[in-house]
Design a binder for this molecule. Structure first.
Ligand SMILES: Nc1ncnc2c1ncn2[C@@H]1O[C@H](COP(=O)(O)OP(=O)(O)OP(=O)(O)O)[C@@H](O)[C@H]1O
Ligand SMILES: [Mg+2]
Length: 216
C-alpha cells in the first residue's frame, strides 16, 4: 500500500444523473489499483445514523410532508454526523476520501432553488455542520437537465426530489453554476458528461493524481 504524507478530500458534485456515482466508483477502483488507500462515501449518508436521515429525506411520505426548513436541517445533521465520524477521521488517517455530493449540492438545491435561507446564514450553519472542512478539490459533472433525469431514473428508483418539476431541476443546475463561479479556479473542474464516460474517466484520475502530487 502506498503511504501518503497527508489525507485528501475529493468531492463529486452535479445534478441528478450527471455521472457522479459512475465516476466515483471508477476513481476508487483506479486509485486502489495504484495502491492508494481510498474511502468512498456519500451525502446524505455515509454513517449508520446519516443513512437513516437519508431515508427520511428521500422517502415520499404521503402522511406528513417534510417542510423545507426541516429538510435543510436534516441534510446538515447528516453532514455533521458524517464529517465528524467518518470523513475527518479518515482524512486524518491519510486516506483519499471520495465523497458523492457535499456543500455545493446543499447550496444548489436548498439555498438557490428552494431559497430556504439566505446565503450568509447558510454558510454559518454549514460551518457548524462541516466543522469547517473544505474539499481539496471538487469535480462538477455537467449534463443537460432532461438527459440527467432520463439517465438517473433509468437506473434507480425515483425518489421525492426527482419528482420535482423540470423548472426546479433547471434552477438547481443554475445554483451549481453560481456556486462554482465564486470558487477559486484551481479548486474545481467542470466535467461535461455529454460525451461517453470512456472519454472523461481518465480526466478525473489525472486531476486527482495532480492534486496529490502537488501537495506531497
Ligand atoms: N459521460 C458520462 N459520464 C458518466 N455517466 C454517463 C456518461 N454518459 C452516460 N452515462 C450514464 O449515465 C448514468 C449516470 O448515472 P450516475 O448514477 O453516475 O449519475 P449520478 O450523478 O450519480 O446520479 P444521481 O444523482 O441520480 O445519483 C449512468 O448510467 C452512466 O452509465
Ligand atoms: Mg449517484
Amino acid at each position: 500500500m502506498k503511504k501518503l504524507s497527508k489525507g485528501f478530500f475529493f468531492v463529486f458534485e452535479g445534478i441528478d444523473g450527471s455521472g457522479k456515482t459512475t465516476h466515483l466508483k471508477y476513481a476508487k477502483m483506479a486509485l486502489e489499483r495504484e495502491g492508494f488507500p481510498v474511502l468512498a462515501t456519500r451525502e446524505p449518508g455515509g454513517t449508520v445514523v446519516a443513512e437513516k436521515i437519508r431515508s427520511l429525506i428521500l422517502e415520499d411520505t404521503p402522511v406528513e410532508k417534510l417542510c423545507q426548513e426541516a429538510e435543510l436541517l436534516l441534510f446538515l445533521a447528516a453532514r455533521a454526523q458524517h464529517v465528524k465520524n467518518v470523513v475527518l477521521p479518515s482524512v486524518r488517517s491519510k486516506n483519499i476520501v471520495l465523497c458523492d455530493r457535499f456543500l455545493a449540492s446543499t447550496f444548489a438545491y436548498q439555498v438557490y432553488a428552494q431559497k430556504v435561507v439566505n446565503e450568509a446564514m447558510f454558510f454559518l450553519m454549514n460551518s457548524l455542520a462541516s466543522y469547517d472542512l473544505k474539499p481539496d478539490f471538487t469535480f462538477f459533472f455537467d449534463v443537460e437537465v432532461k438527459e440527467g433525469l432520463r439517465r438517473a431514473t433509468k437506473k434507480r428508483e425515483i425518489n421525492r426530489i426527482d419528482k420535482k418539476s423540470i423548472e426546479f431541476h433547471q434552477a438547481v443546475k443554475k445554483g451549481f453554476e453560481g456556486f462554482f463561479s465564486k470558487m477559486p479556479e484551481d479548486s474545481w473542474e467542470k466535467i461535461n458528461t455529454k460525451n461517453k464516460f470512456e472519454k472523461n474517466k481518465d480526466k478525473v484520475i489525472k486531476r486527482i493524481l495532480e492534486v496529490i502530487t502537488a501537495s506531497r
